[in-house]
Design a protein around this ligand. Structure first.
Ligand SMILES: [Zn+2]
Length: 187
């Protein structure tokens, strides 16, 4: 059982693991950030650090130190975040309706043309998303990440390195992304 008095943490890791245990895995990222900065004011704590701990507690090296209940609560927090925002659905559906109508009108009953326009729009939108990844990979690399953030396998370059979104419902951003090896990303 982890038990310590506030203010007596030797390391951020001690604090984080204790905080998770005390809160039975029900952790708001902003609250844990507050706690870290209270005890370690000089820390360069980032949300990605919390995501790393959360992953390690659910699946990684600290997994065995926590009860099933704590791990369930932690991963349910992840799932709660995955529900899409109602406004996303409302705007998204409206845009889709308009896009489908415009594609139909442009194709004028030509099914091949309709297919090609549809594919063109689809792949360009997908490309927009892919284009956001490259600068993020460079940013993470430049911030000193030189190894897989799950298994610790060292990277010699960014070639073959995968960008992983910690919360799959959220966008590619420095707060929501890690660099992983191919094996860890695909598992
Ligand atoms: Zn790995």
């Amino acid at each position: 059982m982890r038990k310590r008095q506030a203010g007596s943490y030797r390391t951020i890791k001690d604090l984080v693991l204790d905080y998770v245990a005390k809160n039975d895995g029900r952790v708001e990222p902003s609250r844990i950030e507050e706690a870290v900065l209270l005890h370690f004011p000089d820390s360069a704590w980032k949300n990605s650090h919390w995501q790393w701990y959360r992953y390690q507690i659910c699946k990684g090296r600290f997994k065995d130190e926590f009860s099933e209940e704590v791990r369930t609560n932690l991963s349910e927090g992840i799932r709660r975040n995955r529900r899409s925002h109602p406004a996303v659905k409302r705007h998204g559906d409206r845009i889709l309706r308009q896009a489908r109508q415009m594609i139909s009108e442009a194709a004028r009953g030509d099914s091949t043309l309709r297919f090609k326009i549809n594919r063109w729009v689809f792949s360009r939108l997908q490309q927009d998303e892919i284009q956001t990844k490259k600068p993020l990979k460079n940013m993470l690399w430049d911030s000193g990440v030189r190894a897989c953030q799950v298994c610790g396998k060292p990277f010699s370059s960014l070639r073959g390195v995968h960008l992983h979104r910690i919360d799959a419902s959220m966008e590619y951003s420095d707060r929501n992304c890690q660099l992983l090896c191919r094996l860890c990303h695909n598992s």
